[in-house]
Write a protein that binds this ligand. Structure first.
Ligand SMILES: C[S@@+](CC[C@H](N)C(=O)[O-])C[C@H]1O[C@@H](n2cnc3c(N)ncnc32)[C@H](O)[C@@H]1O
Length: 306
């Protein structure tokens, strides 16, 4: 890692990805999100593939899923090397089929046309030069291979506008920053204890199970995701569009560009009510909240781009 910016980015993510690896429910929820259907592959579609998981995170959950579902070899790449102990806890059982590499998507340490499938989820918005990263990912995808990408889009969704505003507040307001940094499932439950103590001193609960339901909305899984929205040094202001991604693929010689989506199963917190909008990202309600949303795209590298 050469820049202070990359070191800070890595430190923010390492903290919460280690928590995710440590928690069996969160780790298995993340692993369950990766399957053949999501990418439009036939059952068994990962069998025998040589896969790159670029910006795999300290817990390398997608790498784990690819290996469990039949990939021949998965190379997991992250900035620096301090994450490898964490990833290895889950991946070492796959032996030589798993390889951990320190490096940057902005300068991938691989030959052209090296991988059958390149997977890069949520990484480019955190880099200094997302377009350069995309070109690097395209370079190492073999002709006839797939490049999959997740990037946070805009489109003026209300939620992303709020997050952009709150990110500014996080940077400028020490009190807000401290509150966010201390936010986890436990502090949320303590806050609710206080609310219910005062409220129940003045009136009886109105609905059966009202307290339990409210408590269920806020857990560690929610806050480890939320905190990165504020703490990561850059998110490029959630400024990407679907059309821009289609252009990047085309300019790198890719065909059959498809936007994909999925129902994000397994949330126990309030995100279970957002899951329908993650799946149907073009529904008016989803567009209102998320604009262009979480853009997930896949395409095939044409043979003539060799
Ligand atoms: C939102 S996390 C996504 C992690 C993982 N792909 C997942 O889907 O769970 C973004 C990751 O990108 C990594 N990252 C940021 N800049 C990078 C770069 N230049 N090269 C490689 N990884 C990078 C961060 O360290 C972080 O782990």
């Amino acid at each position: 890692m050469d820049t202070a910016f990359e070191i800070e980015t890595r430190a923010v993510f390492d903290r919460y990805q280690r928590l995710q690896e440590d928690d069996e429910h969160i780790f298995s929820r993340l692993v369950s999100l990766i399957d053949e259907e999501y990418f439009g592959f036939d059952p068994g579609g990962f069998d025998g593939l040589n896969i790159l998981d670029a910006g795999c995170g300290s817990n390398a959950n997608a790498s784990y899923a690819f290996l469990e579902k039949g990939a021949a070899k998965v190379t997991s790449l992250e900035l620096g090397g301090d994450w490898m102990d964490c990833a290895a806890r889950r991946l070492s059982k796959f032996g030589a089929r798993s390889s951990l590499v320190g490096g940057s998507v902005l300068n991938l340490p691989f030959d052209d046309n090296s991988f059958d499938f390149v997977h890069c989820a949520g990484v480019l918005p955190h880099t200094a030069d997302p377009r350069k990263g995309f070109d690097e990912l395209a370079r190492v995808t073999r002709a006839g291979g797939h490049l999959f990408l997740t990037i946070m889009g805009t489109g003026n969704g209300v939620l992303y506008r709020c997050i952009n505003h709150l990110r500014e507040l996080y940077a400028s307001d020490a009190q807000f920053r401290q509150t966010v940094d201390n936010l986890d499932g436990r502090t949320a439950q303590e806050a609710l204890d206080w609310v219910f103590t005062i409220k129940n001193g003045h009136e009886r609960p109105l609905l059966h199970g009202e307290e339990d339901f409210l408590r269920s909305l806020f857990d560690d899984d929610l806050f480890v995701t939320l905190r990165d929205r504020f703490q990561a040094p850059t998110y490029h202001e959630f400024a990407f569009t679907e059309q821009q991604m289609r252009d990047w693929y085309r300019e790198n010689g890719f065909d059959g560009v498809r936007r994909v989506s999925r129902y994000t199963k397994g949330f126990k917190n309030l995100r279970r009510f957002l899951a329908p909008m993650y799946l149907h990202y073009d529904h008016p309600l989803a567009v209102f909240w998320f604009g262009d949303g979480c853009i997930q795209m896949i395409a095939v590298k044409a043979s003539e781009s060799l």
